[in-house]
Design a protein around this ligand. Structure first.
Ligand code: ADP
Ligand code: MG
Length: 288
């Protein structure tokens, strides 16, 4: 039988902007012991600032940013939004054709007829382009035109205000493992993980690698506790579905993610996850 407080639990949660799609998820949430986070837009704000622009010899900085912004014309990834914002000027869409996203890697488009690629070292490697490395900690956006390397832009994101407190709260609530999965570089991931006090992080993952990582964590789990995955939705639908409980951040989340998720957070504050777990445990009468 279902205790009456069940309905109070879902209703109470919805007043906090936490939409739980069924009472079974409230029950699962009460026994969560592993919380896995996507990085960009979930633990970090997803608003990247440009830290440095490093054009290759003979290339102008302005040109690098202009090409990157135009290649990102049709992408709504947080990186794309930030590059367009940094460029500042109007994007002339008549110059852009054949634009496509390469999930977990970057974007490609024809700009003024030339093939432009913007993305990480995986994208450059897949094109056989030798991308330079730099010492700065940040997300590197390499730019290539017609197979020629034009340089890179270093961008950086900030952790959300309440992210560190959320991780501490989760540990205090009895969550034994907090994990971050990201497609971003190792150094960026390490810096965010240590700032936040996460137990584990895995970097340079493609969307399908995130699913594999969640499956590994599900296997190694004692089966006593459940695993929740929290994402902002960009490319996250498969992982949201695979986790015991998929939690989507509604404000930034894509329609596909909201559809795939079991729980939707109306705003993008990570602290709502700790709140939701506390509330579910209270509702289920579990004292931690
Ligand atoms: P995260 O795992 O941090 O949420 P994604 O899986 O969305 O990030 O992206 C992983 C990496 O792929 C990014 O760090 C970036 O290097 C590259 N990337 C993804 N989308 C874009 C884009 N629109 N423009 C440039 N690079 C991108
Ligand atoms: Mg993401």
């Amino acid at each position: 039988s279902v205790p009456l407080s069940f309905f109070g639990g879902i209703g109470g949660a919805s007043k906090l902007g936490i939409l739980i799609k069924g009472s079974n998820y409230l029950e699962s949430l009460a026994s969560v012991d592993t919380v896995v986070f996507d990085k960009t837009g979930t633990l970090t704000s997803g608003t990247f600032g440009v830290v440095a622009v490093h054009p290759a010899e003979g290339v102008k900085s302005d040109r690098l940013l202009e090409l990157a912004a135009h290649a990102e014309a049709y992408s709504d990834h947080p990186i794309a939004m930030s590059v367009k914002q940094a460029y500042g000027a109007r994007i002339d869409e008549t110059r852009v054709s054949n634009a496509s996203e390469v999930s977990g890697r970057g974007v490609q488009a024809k700009i003024d007829g030339a093939s432009v690629s913007v993305g990480n070292d995986k994208l450059m490697a897949s094109l056989d382009i030798d991308a330079h490395n730099c010492e700065l900690v940040g997300t590197m956006l390499h730019v290539a035109e017609n197979g020629k390397y034009l340089g890179h832009i270093v961008i950086a994101d900030m952790v959300k205000d309440d992210a560190a407190k959320t991780i501490a709260d989760l540990h205090a609530t009895g969550v034994t493992k907090t994990v971050m999965l990201t497609g971003d570089a190792e150094e960026v991931a390490r810096s965010v993980a240590s700032k936040l006090g996460l137990d584990e992080f895995h970097a340079k993952l493609l969307p399908q690698d995130k699913v594999a990582e969640v499956e590994r964590l599900l296997d190694e789990e004692s089966k006593k506790g459940r695993l929740a995955f929290v994402g902002d939705g960009i490319n996250d639908a498969p992982v949201l579905t695979r986790a015991d409980i998929g939690i989507a951040m509604g404000a930034m989340g894509s329609d596909a993610a909201i559809e795939a998720a079991d729980i939707v957070l109306m705003d993008d504050k990570p602290s709502n996850i700790a709140k939701a777990i506390r509330l579910s445990r209270k509702t289920m009468g579990i004292v931690w």
